[in-house]
Design a binder for this molecule. Structure first.
Ligand code: NAP
Length: 328
């Protein structure tokens, strides 16, 4: 077993991030909600998650969940669910319209203000593309896309880490090629690349690349993001996974999450339903057999979250193939 893995008192194993030495719980709680729910519902779900033992929370400027997450943290401390914010690992992300060298630091300050925190544990570039400053829109208008100045943006991300405003920095939705471009000039290499990863899109090439370069790969949509505008039910309805789950007396979701954990990646899963939040945590005291792992390995591969809304005839990526540098 990799020596950088440590047992946590909360049972969720942790990983020591390469560029900062900070530990990240390997199973985290997602807060991207689709269709949207109100901030009170989000805050209540996060408090329940803290109560159940989640300690790693993923948000983004785009999700509109920084504020309810911040409020939930304050309340969790005040009612004694946790002693202090130090017990949590908080990730947020830089939105495309702030992905310009001079706008990174102000954007991080705004996120910290929303979260009522002095520092983040991890700050990520959300997508490898910029859009016109000052225009917060989703989806981004075709004509508002711009190529990102990776050097300027990454340097500003490094400054954020040096200033102590975030303990680690990383990227999201980056291909091997784009990671290699960043690594070519980075003084602080990305600690994490957060991407879609599940049994139907296993990202074998990216996993190898990240492992070789000390970058922790983090899975979003580990269950295929069923019910959201970016996901589908194909993972939870996969016959191979259903068969394994039935024979093992587990849920398909637990099979997906356990498989991800056994691949040596970290995982973010979102559920605002107490029973599902709880069962999604119950993956650390059993394992998949070599035959089950082989069956999952053989599942035909399809990217579910293709990022169509980041393709534009005016922007740097005119096709899905260009966005992912052929990794589709
Ligand atoms: P996901 O965790 O694969 O799926 C979430 C969906 O699955 C929700 O609709 C949830 O509904 C349902 N669900 C959760 N547990 C379940 C279970 N045990 N059985 C059946 N259904 C279950 O997808 P995701 O939310 O897209 O990904 C997780 C997190 O990754 C996000 O919340 C976000 O923080 C992050 N993310 C990042 C990016 C990026 O570009 N970096 C993109 C997408 C997501 P209920 O709430 O009703 O349980």
């Amino acid at each position: 077993m990799d020596t950088s893995f440590q047992a946590s008192p909360l049972i969720i194993p942790e990983y020591i991030l390469s560029s900062s030495g900070r530990t990240m719980p390997l199973l985290g709680f997602g807060t991207a909600v689709s269709p949207p729910v109100g901030p009170q519902v989000t805050k209540a779900a996060i408090l329940e998650a803290i109560e159940l033992g989640y300690r790693h929370f993923d948000t983004a400027c785009l999700y509109g969940t920084e504020q309810p997450l911040g409020e939930a943290i304050v309340e969790a401390v005040s009612v004694g669910l946790i002693k202090s914010r130090e017990e949590l690992f908080i990730t947020s992300k830089l939105w495309c319209s702030d992905a310009h060298g001079e706008l990174v630091l102000p954007a991080l300050h705004r996120s910290l203000e929303n979260l009522m925190l002095e520092y983040l544990d991890l700050y990520l570039i959300h997508w490898p593309v910029s859009s016109k400053h000052g225009i917060y829109e989703f989806p981004i208008k075709q004509e508002d896309f711009l190529a990102m100045d990776f050097k300027a943006v990454w340097k500003a991300m490094e400054d954020c880490q040096r200033l102590g405003l975030t303990k680690s920095i990383g990227v999201s939705n980056f291909s091997c090629k784009k990671l290699a471009d960043i690594l070519a000039f980075a003084e602080i290499p990305p600690a994490v690349n957060q991407v879609e990863l599940n049994p139907l899109w296993q990202q074998k090439k990216l996993r190898e690349f990240c492992k070789a370069n000390g970058i922790l790969l983090t899975a979003y949509a580990p269950l295929g993001a069923q019910g959201t505008i970016w996901g589908s039910n194909r993972v939870l309805e996969c016959e191979v996974l259903k068969k394994i789950a039935k024979e093992k007396g587990k849920t398909v979701a637990q099979i997906c999450l356990r498989w991800g954990f056994e691949q040596g990646i970290s995982i973010l899963v979102k559920s605002f339903n107490r029973e599902r939040m709880k069962s999604n945590l119950e993956i650390f005291n059993w394992s998949l057999s070599p035959d089950e792992v082989r069956m999952i390995d053989d599942i035909p591969q399809t990217r579910l979250c293709c990022g169509e809304c980041y393709i534009s005839e005016y922007g740097p990526f005119k096709t899905i193939d260009e966005l992912w540098d052929g990794e589709i």
